[in-house]
Design a protein around this ligand. Structure first.
Ligand SMILES: [Zn+2]
Length: 472
């Protein structure tokens, strides 16, 4: 069991982090933590707003001497990715976490720690709870279900907020100030297909062992896409009639494996040569790639026309980086990821995650995918669209946060924009004049049971945050 005396240096932070760790709060399960936040505000007679999505806003007036300073929004999300090790028996929907200290790190036994984004919740509550900490008016915004598509932020009524400066605490690297991010949309393609019921012997081709990765952060690392590779290999065969085809698990993860059952009249040696060619071509970039071909039975397969249309849908649509940023050439501006492929009885489904820091380019890319797909007879539906967060040339908040950083750390902060989604884009879209920066302490292996939060970093960022608040 966690002994608070282990964390004396973390003060109020660890007290509240421990309390929220007792409340199950995986994505989609945020009512209880919203109740907790409401009770916290009621006990301290603080203004509190809660909506039906379980978003919560708690406001604290300025402390004496800071009444004339501008109000500041502190923002983060209450939900966490509830992942656990395969040998962990805990039901994370009903049980809290077992957090413990491991040297300089905070971890949870067998599960994600929820430092993403419990760090923000604990910082905010520690601030609101301690009357001795000076600050301007602060509006703490706790959004729900960020991890499943920025749901809470998208539905939040921001007219309750008076602040026009916002510090988002949902980044995981100390010393990095994030000041812009890509917007995105999910696109699902559905192609009607026709089958022939013939029981015949064919082959199963499997591509596996690719590196994969996050479709925003790792899209420019030259990683191959298993769906694309299997589509191109089957197209190379020329006469493949497909019985089944599947690849990938999430539209925002680069697919690591794909598998297809197909019939072909091409001699086995030629098929083996195509597999060998794939292995050789990608052996350097994807050193663990495995391509196998084995005999397989099937009860039905697509007609030649449907097979050809499926393969063209995979081969003709782009995947990966479309364009790099003009001003920041090391940053991806526009990309898409062919993330999931599934062949059903009468339709083939292909799902993409599209991203761009320029909203018009995202729309342009979506039109391109739609044109290609519709010309092959597929329909395209979209969901989960969120706006990009555009870099502001003029940002007093960023300037002050850089100054305070330099003063405290004796070096420059690194100021970046990222090719992944943050809630800041949604807030900036709703409040056009919003000046916003995203920070956070070092938190490693987030979204996995190895998640571990650096205690010294959490402490330094806490001191930094308090100084920023009285410097604005
Ligand atoms: Zn997060």
């Amino acid at each position: 069991m966690l002994d608070l005396s282990d964390f004396k240096e973390l003060g109020g932070f660890i007290r509240f982090f421990k309390e929220i760790s007792r409340i199950p709060h995986g994505s989609g399960n945020t009512a209880a933590i919203a109740d907790y936040l409401e009770n916290f505000a009621r006990d301290r007679k603080l203004f509190c707003y809660r909506d039906e999505l379980n978003n919560v806003i708690i406001r604290a007036d300025a402390t004496p001497g800071y009444e004339n300073r501008p109000a500041v929004i502190l923002q983060g999300h209450t939900d966490m990715v509830a992942e656990k090790r395969s040998d962990c028996q805990k039901d994370m929907a009903v049980s809290g976490l077992d957090i413990y200290r491991d040297g300089d790190f905070l971890r949870a036994d067998g599960t994600t720690l929820g430092g993403d984004d419990g760090v923000m919740v604990a910082y905010a509550l520690a601030l609101l709870d301690d009357k001795a900490i000076p600050h301007p008016t602060v509006e703490c915004v706790f959004t729900s279900d960020e991890e499943t598509g920025l749901v809470g932020a998208t539905g939040l009524d921001t007219s309750v907020l008076s602040g026009r400066m916002m510090i988002n605490i949902d980044s995981d690297e100390e010393g990095v100030l994030t000041v812009g991010c890509a917007g995105g949309v999910r696109a699902d393609l559905s192609l009607p297909v026709f089958r022939e019921n013939v029981k015949e012997g064919g082959y199963v081709m499997r591509i596996d062992g690719l590196v994969g990765g996050h479709s925003g952060i790792e899209i420019d690392k030259g990683r191959e896409n298993a769906i694309k590779l299997i589509g191109e290999a089957l197209a190379d065969i020329g006469d493949a009639r497909i019985a089944s085809l599947s690849g990938g698990n999430a539209d925002n993860a680069i697919p690591r494996s794909a598998e297809a059952v197909f019939l072909s009249d091409i001699p086995r040696e030629e098929l083996d040569a195509i597999c060998e060619c794939l292995r050789e071509r990608y052996a350097v970039a994807e050193k663990d790639i495995s391509v196998t071909l084995e005999p397989a039975e099937c009860d039905s397969h697509l007609t030649r026309e449907s097979s050809a249309a499926v393969l063209r849908l995979i081969c003709d649509n782009p995947t990966g980086v479309i364009r790099m940023d003009e001003d920041l050439p090391e940053l991806v501006e526009t990309s898409l990821n062919m993330g999931i492929a599934r062949l059903g009885e009468d339709a083939f489904l292909l799902s993409f995650s599209l991203r761009s820091s320029v909203n018009e380019r995202k729309e342009e890319l979506l039109r391109r995918v739609t044109d290609i797909s519709e010309s092959l007879g597929a329909t395209v539906s979209t969901h989960g669209s969120y706006p990009g967060w555009k870099y502001r040339k003029d940002s007093p908040l960023r300037d002050i946060m850089c100054q305070v950083y330099k003063k405290r750390y004796g070096k420059e902060a690194s100021v970046v924009t990222i090719h992944a989604g943050l809630e800041c884009g949604i807030f900036s879209d709703k409040i056009p004049e919003l000046d916003c920066v995203s920070i956070g302490p070092d938190n490693f292996d987030i979204h996995t049971p190895d998640e571990h939060l650096s205690i010294p970093s959490t402490l330094r960022v806490w001191e930094y945050l308090k100084e920023v608040l009285i410097s604005l």
